[in-house]
Design a protein around this ligand. Structure first.
Ligand SMILES: [Zn+2]
Length: 287
């Protein structure tokens, strides 16, 4: 792991692959970030499995002697928090929304067994250390010399996602609300809310965006995703209004989204699953 410094004390750790967890990547497919303050380190998403959390701990120790005192889990998908256990000795607060705390407590074991199956056993038995400090509305925290703003996404990419904004450095750490160069997962999303949120994030004019998956980006990465998700919504709406069935709307969406396929690998495989989900949301929005 090579931490990449993006601003004073702010680092990203980006895995070489962006595919779903498998035997080859040993389930290391999501981005982590960490912020070194003069009073300890905050880690945003600890990766998966715990073995990856251990590697992240070693990578952080290569940059600073400060202990990891705080963790933030951006959302409940297992690729972002199964590494928590690696930091158990030093961590004082693990932040997440109450929704995410509840989900990790109730569904955590499913993530462990699913990843074990998907990686042919490579991920082993990660121990579940759920978040313990709920943040359910916009909150400013002073951690050492760094001012940090936490705010929920309004359940846009998944129920309870939490984002982190560093106003002095204009750095946004977004979790899976932003994907920079892989088709995002819409399976737990509220697409209309997600589009609205992206509009708000553009207004922050971040200089640097650390997404949940994919390369580090900036406000243009947000604008691009905003355009993709808007085009997806509009294509499904067009199919719905023309009385097409979901399976007939998939090829229509492929045509309407063709320009995005190069930027977001995996789109072709994901659309047959995305379109039916968005179709239900379009239908619900009509009533
Ligand atoms: Zn993810």
């Amino acid at each position: 792991m090579q931490p990449e410094q993006l601003a004073t004390g702010i680092y990203a750790v980006i895995p070489p692959t962006r595919e779903l967890p498998g035997a080859q990547n040993r389930s290391w497919n999501s981005n982590s970030a960490f912020i070194v303050t003069d009073d300890g380190v905050l880690v945003v998403d600890t990766g998966s499995p715990t073995e990856i959390g251990e590697a992240l701990k070693t990578a952080i120790a290569g940059v600073t002697n400060q202990p990891v005192r705080w963790i933030l889990n951006t959302h409940a998908h297992g690729d972002h928090w199964l590494g928590n256990a690696a930091f158990e000795e030093s961590v004082e607060n693990i932040y997440a929304t109450q929704t995410v705390i509840n989900q990790i407590k109730s569904q955590g074991e499913n993530w462990v067994s699913n990843f074990k199956r998907m990686t042919d056993g490579a991920t082993g038995n990660s121990r579940i250390i759920p978040p313990d400090t709920a943040i359910d509305s916009r909150r400013e925290l002073q951690l050492g010399n760094k001012q940090i703003v936490l705010f929920p996404s309004g359940n846009s990419h998944s129920p309870g996602d939490l984002l982190l904004w560093l106003p002095d450095d204009r750095v946004l750490i977004s979790g899976d609300v932003i994907y920079s160069d892989r088709m995002p997962s819409t399976n737990n999303s509220n697409l209309q809310q997600w589009i609205t949120l992206l509009q708000e994030l553009e207004q922050l004019q971040p200089q640097t965006v650390i997404p949940g998956h994919g390369r580090v980006t900036n406000v243009h990465g947000i604008e691009q995703l905003h355009a993709l998700l808007t085009a997806l919504w509009q294509a499904v709406e067009e199919g719905y209004n023309a009385n097409l069935a979901t399976y007939e709307t998939v090829p229509l969406a492929r045509v309407r989204l063709a320009d995005f396929a190069g930027t977001y690998p995996g789109m072709d495989e994901k659309l047959p699953r995305d379109v039916p989900r968005v179709y239900l949301q379009v239908e619900a929005a009509t009533f």
